[in-house]
Design a protein around this ligand. Structure first.
Ligand code: NAP
Length: 486
């Protein structure tokens, strides 16, 4: 067994951010376990055609690592390049073990150590475990009747098979969420036929993406101006939460109006317009941004299928209206297991008294500021339950959680204690506050089914308020809120 001071599982922005902050604290005895063949997480894994970020890149980046972005919304290769530069700058490969698929993490109370097992059987131990596996890393392949009968090629957007040549083929794509609306315009011109299987239409607003001009590129190289630009984008985005949380009517008056105008402007044909018009308030599901999706749907070889899937057959799909569609390849753009169930955890985590995180999270996941869970000493999740956001950069939330983790580790070291665990009543109060905050929000009142909510209607994925409030609540370790074990 190899021993470390800290084990980090996962190497996306969360794992990378935690690793850098550990190094800045002088903690170098840590290992990053990554199941893939390279570091990079989401932006390494999600490399489907058209993949790009939908938050302005100036803000969708680590606050302490600015970058000379080429465009407003960076595409996946540029984000991966940014990540690779950071990995190199902080020499993180030296701390990493790739192809290390974790199968179990168990806390040993006698030694106050986390023991982490990977698929090969190799074990690692450390007193502190940072679980940075990401909240959208377990792809959903839905249980559609006949799914195992399909004889053609199929894969999930998060596992795009680049060895498959989709050109001149008949492709079906199931789902019309954030990933699908990027894939569709990216491949539409190359394929023979593209059938887009829509269960629910999503609200889409204009993206207005473009390359940055020389002046903007110069500005972003000057740290003071870049920080100012970030701050302006941040505060502009934050104002949106007023509508999301308190005044869903405002969502209809402002954002929905813009989305309707966008749809009507780009899709003149009435039947298609109707098929693409959602029946819930904008914001209830994630708001999508695209200037290319609607035009792509109107190409001669692209077909929006709205009748619902009856079954998947050997050679294609039969719709509920009886129509049969022959396909060479089926792409599942069907999203990820989120914190609405324990399926978001690819392995179990066992805390004190044999308590299992998979069991704890069986019906709904819960944590204090998405990070700590009662019964799991020195376990720090990043981007855990209720840390998702729909109005600004997820990286802001990640950095706030890492501040809490680093301040906890500092406390453990400075006070020479073996572990800290969040008190159950503190976690409960925090979660009660969250559910109160959701009460009048668009996520609850908007009239949609979304992956944000459990089947009982509780939202376990989104942080329902201003992100600066989250940061204020999360950033400082408060010993009074934790059980401290010597
Ligand atoms: P998603 O937004 O959850 O969309 C999944 C799609 O699959 C939905 O249209 C859903 O329909 C459909 N679907 C699921 N199960 C189905 C079934 N059994 N039959 C038919 N349709 C089914 O997933 P995603 O597009 O992968 O995006 C997930 C999240 O990843 C996003 O919300 C975002 O947070 C993140 N993301 C971000 C970016 C970006 O920054 N640009 C890009 C991609 C993804 P219903 O709506 O009816 O459920």
């Amino acid at each position: 067994m190899e021993s470390f001071e800290v084990i980090i599982i996962g190497s996306g922005f969360a794992g990378i951010c935690a690793a850098i902050k550990l190094k800045k604290q002088g903690i170098n005895n840590f290992i990053i376990l990554e199941r893939e063949t390279e570091l990079g997480g989401t932006w390494w894994r999600n490399n489907y055609p058209g993949a790009a970020v939908d938050v302005v890149s100036t803000l969708y980046s680590l606050s302490f690592e600015p970058y000379n972005w080429s465009r407003l919304y960076a595409k996946q290769p540029e984000i991966l390049n940014y990540t690779k530069n950071i990995i190199k700058k902080y020499d993180l490969n030296a701390h990493a073990k790739t192809k290390a698929n974790v199968t179990l993490a168990r806390y040993d109370e006698n030694s106050s150590q986390w023991r982490v097992t990977i698929e090969s059987g190799q074990e690692y131990s450390a007193p502190i475990l940072i679980n940075a596996i990401g909240h959208l890393s377990q792809p959903v392949i839905p249980d559609i009747p006949g799914i195992n009968n399909f004889k053609g090629k199929y894969f999930h957007t998060a596992k795009w098979d680049h060895s498959y040549d989709y050109k001149e083929k008949r492709i079906g794509i199931i789902g019309t969420g954030a990933s699908s609306i990027q894939v569709v315009p990216a491949i539409a011109d190359s394929v023979n036929e593209l059938h887009v299987f829509q269960r629910t239409p999503h609200w889409i607003v204009p993206r207005h993406d473009r390359t940055l001009n020389t002046f903007e590129k110069t500005i972003q190289k000057i740290p003071l101006f870049n920080r100012l630009k970030r701050a302006l984008i941040y505060w502009k985005n934050e104002t949106r939460i007023l509508a999301f949380q308190y005044f869903p009517k405002l969502m209809q008056l402002i954002a929905e109006k813009e989305a309707v105008h966008h749809l009507h402007n780009q899709v003149p044909e009435k039947t298609l317009q109707e098929e693409l018009t959602p029946d819930y308030t904008i914001g209830c599901k994630r708001i999508l941004i695209s200037d290319e999706y609607y035009p792509a749907l109107q190409k001669d070889n692209v077909f929006l299928e709205t009748s619902g899937i009856q079954e998947i057959k050997e050679d294609g799909i039969r719709l509920k209206n009886g129509k049969e569609i022959t396909l060479d390849c089926l792409v599942f753009a069907t999203g990820f297991h989120a914190f609405t169930s324990n399926k978001c955890l690819p392995f179990d985590i066992i805390g004190t008294d044999g308590i299992s995180l998979k069991q704890e999270w069986q019906n709904k996941a819960h944590a204090f500021v998405g990070v700590t869970v009662p019964g799991f000493p020195n376990l720090f999740n990043i981007n855990g339950p209720n840390t998702g956001i729909g109005h600004t950069s997820a990286i802001f939330m990640t950095e706030a959680q890492v501040e809490y983790i680093i301040s906890s580790i500092q406390y453990i070291k400075n006070h020479n204690i073996s572990s800290v665990t969040i008190k159950p009543e503190v976690e409960q109060q925090y979660n009660d506050y969250l559910q109160r905050a959701f009460k009048n929000s668009v996520w609850v009142k908007g009239g949609c089914n979304s992956w944000y909510q459990t089947t009982e209607g509780e939202n376990t994925t989104i942080f329902p308020s201003f992100t600066f409030l989250f940061k204020l609540r999360a950033r400082k370790f408060n010993p009074k809120e934790h059980l401290l074990i010597d």
